[in-house]
Write a protein that binds this ligand. Structure first.
Ligand SMILES: [Fe+2]
Length: 194
């Protein structure tokens, strides 16, 4: 499990932004002060096995670390309040929070976690006050902000400034990403735009 957290630190170093380095500092402190005796997961197990199958095909070094940490990771429905997201949208993806609320390490400054979006799905345009970054660890996705379109694959990193709309479309593989939020991290500003 320690390797998993170190893997996140490596990704944050690679990202090399002011925010990513701040989050890394917080995570390093956590690594130094915890004994890593976590209880094994009580998350949604079929999601966990879908994620593992997808990551087995990834060449990203962090993919292996997620697979090795699998039994400690709790995949769950989004932490966005149900009043702000229709079930048909929240059913398309699962999250595994690592830094933030009710997870391994509490923070009121950042949120960080994994996201798995199901194959052949469209997560419609949405935005939020928080500044966000995604790193693609497994699978691929079509990205748009409503104007520009990009194809993102393993190793790609995308930044979303505050309130920038973004939508994700997957093909038969789905995708797994590491994401983080900074700035105004309260979920209340989250809005689906279409
Ligand atoms: Fe977002």
């Amino acid at each position: 499990m320690k390797t998993f957290f170190e893997g996140i630190c490596n990704l944050l170093t690679e990202e090399n932004t002011e925010t990513s380095l701040e989050i890394k500092k917080e995570l390093e402190e956590f690594i130094l002060t915890r004994d890593f005796n976590f209880s094994s997961n009580k998350g949604i197990s079929n999601v966990s096995s879908e994620v593992v199958e997808l990551l087995k095909m990834s060449r990203h070094s962090f993919a292996r670390e997620i697979i090795e940490a699998e039994k400690w990771l709790q995949w769950r429905k989004t932490t966005i309040p149900a009043s702000l997201i229709a079930e048909e949208v929240s059913d398309l993806f699962y999250v595994c929070p690592i830094i933030g609320i009710d997870t391994f390490t509490a923070s009121d400054k950042f949120r960080l976690g994994l996201l798995y979006q199901k194959p052949n799905s469209y997560y419609p345009l949405h935005n939020h006050n928080a500044v966000e970054t995604y790193a693609v660890i497994g699978g691929a996705l079509g990205w748009t902000d409503g104007k520009e379109k990009k194809k993102l694959t393993v190793g790609d990193i995308i930044h979303h400034p505050s309130l920038l709309p973004h939508a994700f479309k997957t093909n038969q593989s789905g995708f797994v990403g590491l994401w983080h939020w900074s700035g105004d991290i309260s979920p209340e500003s989250y809005k689906v735009l279409e």
